[in-house]
Ligand binder design. Structure first.
Ligand code: KG4
Ligand code: ZN
Length: 363
């Protein structure tokens, strides 16, 4: 099976071809990503209108390149997938419409992929991990702990009650006048900073539910920066290192609690997986690796190229769906908001509860 995947939910225009061979082994045949960082850098964040236009300008070239590098034609594909959300709707419509048009012309099945599901399933593309596993999904828009039980079968164990972790990195970078995108900038500065220079809070530590809160930490960084302004280069490095150290502590402790919740509700996970743009952060990966060792689990983190948004993860999620018969009509809508809305099994007393363990991908 061979699937073309298209990604345009944020500021990367991406297309890729992924296949599984006769032995069931996955291969990335091409993975073309064109980042719009330069177009948005002056604004310190993604400008939706600029993003949509930029996707449109390069979409056909990126798809052509992905097919050429993979050495295949549309007729060689088993199906075509696009991220239908969640994300910036203008961009989503560019990728979604392109994929639908290609599927229609080539007479191939079409899969409308949830961007979060694509991050969630990437570990099965790179490391062929088996269900069920515990996933820490950390990106610019999401911070969640999920039990991944199967394709389309997710139980959300915890989430952020305010900012996403990538968003916190981006906002801290902005307040310290570091270049966009903020995550890599903060990580770079932190390398030469003292993680103990500032004693920042570790929000939610010790809470029984594996939820997150990042906004208080971000505010603490702002207050500290204001207190010692004007900032020397070393002060910026120390602020970054201390902020990152707090984030690592929070991620590790919250994931430890998530692991407990996972075990209480199901069984031992096959492994611990981290995914999403923030998964590229080495300090977070190291912290999670320590936790995994302590729990007797393997940590699976995507290679750098597959942490951030890319087409291979969309193609792979499309392939995973196609091979169990989950395809979509050409009327599949763009979904600016599309949570991997799997519910933690509700208490029996709740009137809105579904049967324990039943989970859905709902709009
Ligand atoms: O998954 P992604 O590429 O896009 C979304 O779906 O949001 O994640 C982007 C986020 C941004 O907030 C970016 O600053 C953050 O991931 N990020 C990082 C690192 N690299 C990217 N955060 C911390 N450390 C990094 N090395
Ligand atoms: Zn993403």
């Amino acid at each position: 099976m061979r699937v073309l995947g298209i990604e345009t939910t944020c500021d990367e225009t991406a297309a890729a071809v992924v296949e599984v061979d006769a032995a069931g082994k996955p291969h990335i045949l091409s993975n073309e990503v064109l980042s719009q960082i330069a177009a948005h850098a002056a604004y310190g964040g993604v400008v939706p209108e600029i993003a949509a236009r930029a996707h449109l300008e390069v979409m056909d070239r990126i798809v052509e390149r992905a097919l050429r590098t993979a050495g295949c034609e549309l007729s060689d594909l088993s199906g075509i997938a696009a991220a239908a959300g969640p994300g910036l709707v203008g961009g989503v419509m560019v990728g979604l419409t392109t994929a639908k048009a290609l599927a229609l012309v080539a007479g191939k099945p079409f899969m409308a992929v949830n961007h979060l599901e694509a991050h969630a399933l990437t570990a099965r593309l790179t490391d062929e991990v088996a269900f069920p596993y515990l996933l820490l999904l950390v990106s610019g828009g999401h911070t969640q702990l999920l039990a991944v039980r199967g394709v389309g079968d997710y139980v959300r164990l915890g989430t952020t009650i305010d900012d996403a972790v990538g968003e916190a990195f981006d906002k801290v970078a902005k307040m310290l006048s570091l270049p966009y995108p903020g995550g890599p900038s903060v990580e770079r500065e932190a390398l030469q900073g003292d993680p103990e220079a500032f004693d920042f809070p570790r929000p939610m530590l010790g809470r029984a539910e594996p939820n997150f809160s990042l906004s208080g930490l971000k505010t603490a960084v702002r207050l500290a920066a204001e207190r010692i302004a004007p900032l020397s280069d070393q002060a910026v490095r120390d602020l970054c290192a201390s902020f990152q150290a707090a984030v690592v502590d929070v991620m590790v402790e919250r994931t430890r609690v998530g692991l407990k919740a996972f075990r209480a509700e199901m069984c031992k996970p096959t492994c611990l997986v981290v995914a999403g743009g923030v998964a590229a952060n080495i300090a977070i990966q190291r912290g999670l690796a320590r936790l995994a060792t302590e729990a007797g689990l393997r940590l699976v983190a995507p290679p750098l190229a597959l942490c951030g948004d890319n087409g291979a993860m969309i193609a792979w999620a499309g392939l995973e769906r196609l091979r169990i018969g989950l395809t979509d009509g050409l009327d599949a809508p763009p979904r600016p908001r599309w949570p991997l809305e799997a519910r933690k099994p509700e208490a029996p007393s709740s009137s809105a509860s579904s049967p324990p363990g039943e989970t859905v991908l709902s709009p």
